[in-house]
Design a protein. Structure first.
Length: 341
């Protein structure tokens, strides 16, 4: 599909995205950057980024047994799905079952998200209405490609009286979304302050662009790093997409390790058998946590209070390393908390 055709399609469906077809009240200001962000918002995002999101498992909303099983799995988050894993004729049932599951609770310390259908589908309005009433931790919206899409999401959540606690996550899975990644991230400052982060969707990007998925993902690395930079520039989280060949244990482990090293905060999963390996790979190693604690302790010594750099274990350590160490410790402590009953 050509770029102008994609944009034309977005315009056709924009007015149908939620019951009220008024234009967005707030618009993206391209002049605003991460440097303009209010201190309180920056602090809130920094705190949000220390929540472990190593593993996020998709569970089909139309499968009642899967929803029940989600309560005992050791994933950091559960994504209750209304989109790809649910047939068109089962959307209504899935919506009802997800609402009941969230109302019943029992997910413990796991983060609970709902993946809705895309804005240009006939199911979006009912999905967002249900999510606003069900009050999950967040919604994951697929195929968000523009700031206008984010404005539509914000407007629909407001019109359905969604509480501020519901965060917004968006799938980066179209060519336009990749090209607009920085604009989408910047929109978290004023168009949709609920925006918590991105989920990179390699399979849909491959389908739309005809870029082949190869082991090691060399063909996609430029897009991946572009999206990671956009997310980090505006203090957002970013999660890797699923690995489809769930029977290939070695391939999955290699992709998790690559995702961690590239800077992803975690990975979305499609099979419970992937949880253990994913959690292990995205957990900071004990020696890394121990060194982080030594870095913090060293900078807290009175003689180092005014120093920007110190020597530790035969290496130069700067204040920026202390900032990195605090996040490592924060993640490690919260992972330990998740393991407690």
């Amino acid at each position: 599909m050509l770029k102008h055709e994609v944009e034309k399609r977005a315009l056709v469906f924009k007015g149908k995205s939620c019951p009220n077809n008024k234009l967005p009240r707030r618009h993206f200001d391209e002049g605003r950057t991460a440097l303009n962000a209010p201190a309180s918002l920056t602090l809130k995002r920094e705190q949000q980024m220390t929540r472990p999101r190593r593993s996020l498992l998709f569970m089909p909303g139309s499968n009642a047994r899967a929803l029940e099983k989600a309560r005992i799995l050791h994933a950091d988050a559960i994504i209750l799905d209304l989109e790809d894993s649910v047939a068109p004729e089962a959307k209504g049932l899935a919506r009802e079952q997800i609402a009941r599951a969230i109302a019943a609770g029992g997910f413990g310390k796991r983060e609970v998200l709902i993946r809705t259908n895309a804005l240009d589908t006939p199911w979006w309005s009912d999905d967002v209405r249900m999510a606003a009433d069900a009050r999950p931790d967040g919604i994951l919206v697929p195929k968000v490609s523009s700031v206008d899409d984010l404005a539509t999401i914000a407007r629909c959540l407001r019109e359905n009286n969604a509480p501020p606690s519901i965060q917004v996550w968006t799938m980066i899975e179209t060519a336009l979304a990749v090209l607009h990644a920085e604009e989408l991230a910047a929109a978290s400052r004023n168009v949709e302050p609920r925006l918590a982060g991105f989920v990179f969707g390699p399979n849909d990007i491959s389908r739309e662009t005809r870029i082949r998925m190869q082991p090691g993902r060399a063909t996609m690395l430029p897009m991946i790093t572009h999206c990671i930079l956009a997310a980090r520039a505006y203090a957002l989280e970013i999660l890797d997409g699923p690995y489809s060949d769930f029977s290939n244990v070695n391939g999955f482990s290699q992709e998790c390790s690559q995702a961690r090293d590239l800077g992803f905060d975690g990975k979305t999963l499609i099979h419970p058998g992937q949880i253990e390996a994913c959690n292990a790979i995205f957990t900071p190693p004990a020696e890394e946590v121990a060194r982080a604690r030594r870095i913090i302790a060293a900078f807290e010594l009175p003689e180092n209070a005014s120093r920007g750099a110190i020597s530790l274990d035969g290496q130069m350590v700067e204040r920026l390393h202390a900032d990195m160490a605090r996040r490592t410790i924060g993640i490690a402590d919260q992972i330990a908390d998740l393991a407690r009953p």
